[in-house]
Design a protein around this ligand. Structure first.
Ligand SMILES: [Zn+2]
Length: 435
């Protein structure tokens, strides 16, 4: 389909979905009523964007509390199916506050989503009969839904909970002989060191593809290169079922292969004012999610807090002509330093280019509640274990220059010994909060 045909198709699905959620969910009906519009009034994406934001994490929590109190189920007043039709529910890990059952699916939803996981595995050359090491936090977490897609491809997951520890993960991997792995980039990096400590090499695992989710790691050229060289295979970055990065040495972002699943990434808002942004090559904004086909607990005009950059030009790596996105940061992690928006992920990216002179671990020290920071911003960095400590001022100058050019920052750097900043295998905390 051409871009125009895809948009027409999305608008057709959008009209249907809006009528469906209006009929079946008290929350969405109320949101429409408050806006003064009816689903029949919405024919285009541009029209749809004139509606206020329907949901965010806070509204979702209130909605869950209400459905628990009134109907005895935790999914929220935006549930569109009967609670007994739900076959999977997953929350996000690593976030603060009350968990939300955001990833709640009916059987039909799961089967619809499975197609995308199969597509990604196929693209990575992983087929029926093979085995895949699956090392995330298992159980109630959203990532567990990916297992349905893996199994539907005929691929056997070797699912070792990340909390079992890296030694167990390596042991199971060695025994089961998987051809692919799914984990966070942090864990992929950690296993390189752990394997070396145990006198072996991750290359001996014989993996053909690694699929990672949940962090910016693969978007950092040095990290991508190091993981690919250590394991001797390609690493793909994916964002749920929405898309994945391509088979190129250079990282070209998530390729959006699921326009019939979600309006992503067409509905973009300004992270501060929450007003719609026009889509053009390179635009940065907060992504608003609207699920076009899910029937259980679809999110409609849901402000995710994820700040992304959208690319509309053809991928120079693989020729993909659809939209691509790169993750920029979280709108709630955004700092404002001297009037400029600064994302911790941008700082991490700059710092990672100095590996191995630094370890790559860092903390941004906050002495007052964000987003406003009284300059200079303080950053704790670990120097690399082989780095000559007496030459730290030279390195500091280089890093400061890079942060100034690439992130418009003039921070104070506080040096820490290697290994003193705690490393997390799920989502690394980037802030040290002293308030
Ligand atoms: Zn590409």
């Amino acid at each position: 389909m051409s871009e125009e045909e895809i948009k027409d198709h999305q608008e057709e699905l959008l009209c249907k979905q809006l009528k469906y959620v209006y009929r079946n969910s008290q929350l969405y009906r109320k949101k429409f009523e408050e806006s003064g519009a009816f689903p029949e009034d919405i024919q285009t994406i541009e029209n749809f964007q004139k509606l206020p934001i329907f949901m965010d994490k806070a509204i979702e929590r209130t909605s869950q509390q209400e459905s628990t109190d009134r109907f005895g189920h935790p999914f929220g007043m935006h549930l569109c199916s009967s609670p007994d039709e739900i076959v999977f529910t997953g929350t996000t890990s690593g976030t603060s506050g009350v968990p939300t059952f955001t990833y709640t699916f009916t059987r039909a939803d799961i089967e619809f989503l499975n197609r995308y996981i199969r597509h990604m595995l196929n693209y990575g050359g992983i087929h029926a009969g093979e085995r895949l090491l699956f090392s995330h936090a298992l159980g109630i977490y959203a990532t567990s839904s990916i297992l349905f897609g893996v199994r539907s491809q005929g691929v056997l997951p070797i699912d070792v909970d990340v909390r079992a520890g890296s030694k167990s993960i390596l042991q199971y991997a060695k025994m089961a002989g998987p051809t692919a792995a799914m984990m966070t980039p942090s864990l992929a990096e950690h296993l390189i060191h752990k394997a070396a400590e145990l006198g072996t090499d991750v290359r001996n695992l014989g993996l053909q593809a690694i699929f990672t989710v949940g962090e910016i790691g693969v978007g950092v050229p040095k990290i991508k290169k190091r993981i690919e060289e250590s394991y001797g295979c390609r690493i793909y970055d994916y964002l749920g079922e929405l898309g994945f990065s391509c088979d190129s040495d250079e990282y070209h972002g998530i390729h959006c292969v699921a326009p019939d699943l979600n309006l992503f990434p067409l509905d973009l808002i300004d992270p501060e004012t929450k007003t719609p942004l026009a889509i053009y090559n390179g635009v940065i904004g907060e992504r608003v999610t609207t699920e076009l086909n899910l029937k259980g607990l679809p999110r409609i005009r849901y402000a995710t807090g994820d700040v992304i950059q959208v690319f509309t030009d053809e991928c120079s790596g693989c020729g993909f002509s659809g939209k691509r996105v790169k993750f920029v940061g979280r709108s709630d992690d955004m700092l404002i330093v001297k009037g400029a928006n600064v994302y911790p992920s941008a700082i991490k990216k700059v710092v990672s280019n100095f590996i191995p002179d630094v370890t790559g671990e860092l903390r941004i020290v906050l002495n007052n509640p964000p987003p406003r920071v009284v300059p200079p911003l303080q950053i704790k960095l670990e120097y690399g274990s082989h780095y000559d400590k007496s030459r730290l001022c030279v390195l500091e100058e280089k890093i400061k220059n890079a942060l100034h050019t690439e992130a418009r920052l003039t921070p104070d750097i506080i040096w820490c010994e290697p290994g003193t900043l705690e490393k997390s295998l799920t989502k690394t905390p980037l802030f040290e909060k002293n308030y």
